[in-house]
Design a protein around this ligand. Structure first.
Ligand code: ADP
Ligand code: FBP
Ligand code: MG
Length: 370
């Protein structure tokens, strides 16, 4: 058996742990040959692959990034290198030439959308859900999320002591694209006074009101804002536009926008931190290593059983798999009545939404944590 493996989209902690788990279990259980595909789908387009030995995938469990390299613009259905040409037939032809029985693709919503289309063309694919954003459908968790939340929480802890010392408003901007999972979980874990999410439109006036109230009492305020958070009457703040991409926007900058708006309403000094790629680098947490190893071995089992066209998933703490079509072209955002939102609101955290009222009779029982 010959199996290709690639990592697509933005990198995240745990990619190497999955590569190790997929490759080792396929080699040990099935005697498979494992082919590493370089730089995501770009490696299939540009014909850059190499055989991985057992030694290649040893000692990488705790290493951040990906030994294979990744790419978040390479799309076989709209190849940027040839004016957006569809080169998917060439990609399929190259996989056939290599004699691959299956490609295991580690990626997020974008990668799974590509995988679904390649599967429909007859290429056997097994997907593994990666992303710090935790925004993939049909899985309670993606690996990388726990590490990003841990890093953002540590940042909030540090901002709190310096913010408190200077009586300042400290704003931390997290990643997450159109989903607020990182900001929500880090905000809860770091005890933020205000959490701003793309899913709950805020008003500057309400955020200012919270800061003012705290100026008179605690004298400092910690705000955790997701990069996709939007004011009720505003637009998302875009950092960069990447042409030839189905998702051409790179978000970023909302913290500085909010600082400028807030400074008109409050007298405290305001400082901002855009955490950026720090939350995507470095070693995975123990949780992400366990999740990545479980996902990787589950993916290898699907390959061995020839159950293609599926993505491994965690549902209700159990390992399972779902059809790629249930994941492709979808984004899992934070439901406004998510457990985290209820819990944060119940302990007095503001979401910057003036009309948001918590019904004390609403039972959190049965709500999903993420
Ligand atoms: N809905 C989509 N359909 C097809 N390709 C997509 C879609 N969304 C994103 N892509 C492409 O998938 C690739 C990876 O997407 P990206 O969002 O960067 O990473 P991830 O796989 O982590 O979500 C990029 O080439 C992007 O252009
Ligand atoms: O590395 P880039 O191109 O600046 O992209 C930043 C984006 O990638 C992420 O870090 C991860 O997203 P993906 O998992 O979809 O690649 C987002 O949170 C962020 O908006
Ligand atoms: Mg994505």
């Amino acid at each position: 058996m010959k199996v290709g493996i690639l990592t697509g989209g933005g990198d995240c902690p745990g990619l190497n742990a999955v590569i190790r788990a997929v490759a080792k279990s396929l080699m040990l259980q099935c005697g498979a040959t494992v082919i590493g595909i370089e730089d995501g789908f770009l490696g299939l387009i540009e014909r850059r692959t190499r055989e991985l030995s057992y030694k290649d995938v040893s000692g990488i469990l705790s290493r951040g990034g990906t030994i294979l390299g990744t790419h978040n613009k390479a799309n076989p259905f709209a190849y940027f290198g040839r004016d957006g040409e569809d080169v998917s037939a060439e990609v399929k032809g190259y996989c056939d030439e290599l004699g691959l029985d299956c490609v295991v693709a580690l990626g997020g919503d974008g990668t799974m959308s590509i995988c679904h289309r390649l599967q429909q063309m007859g290429l056997n694919i097994v997907g593994v859900p990666k992303t710090i954003d935790n925004d993939l459908m049909q899985t309670d968790r993606t690996f990388g999320f726990d590490t990003a939340v841990t890093i953002a929480t540590d940042a909030l802890d540090r901002l709190q002591t310096t913010g408190q010392s200077h009586s300042r408003v400290m704003i931390l901007e997290t990643m997450g694209r159109y989903a607020g999972w990182i900001a929500l979980h880090a905000g809860i874990a770091g005890g933020a006074d205000v959490i701003l999410l793309p899913e709950i439109p805020f008003t500057v006036e309400e955020v200012a009101r919270v800061c003012q109230a705290r100026e008179d009492r605690q004298r400092f305020t910690i705000i955790c804002v997701a990069e996709g958070a939007t004011a009720e009457d505003g637009k998302m703040v875009v950092r960069e536009r990447i042409d030839n991409s189905p998702d051409p926007l790179r978000l970023g900058g909302v913290a500085n926008w909010l600082k400028a708006e807030l400074s008109e309403h409050i007298s405290s000094e305001i400082r901002t931190v855009v955490l950026g790629h720090v939350q995507r680098g470095g070693p995975p947490t123990a949780y992400d290593r366990v999740l990545a190893t479980s996902f990787g071995t589950m993916a290898a089992s699907l390959v061995a059983r020839k159950e293609f066209g599926r993505m491994v998933a965690l549902q209700e703490q159990r390992m399972t798999s779902v059809a790629l079509e249930e994941v492709a072209n979808l984004t899992r955002t934070v439901p406004p009545d998510a457990m985290g939102v209820l819990a944060a609101a119940a302990v007095g955290t503001s979401f910057g939404a003036p009309k948001m009222h918590l019904d004390p009779a609403q039972l959190p029982e049965g709500k999903r944590l993420s």
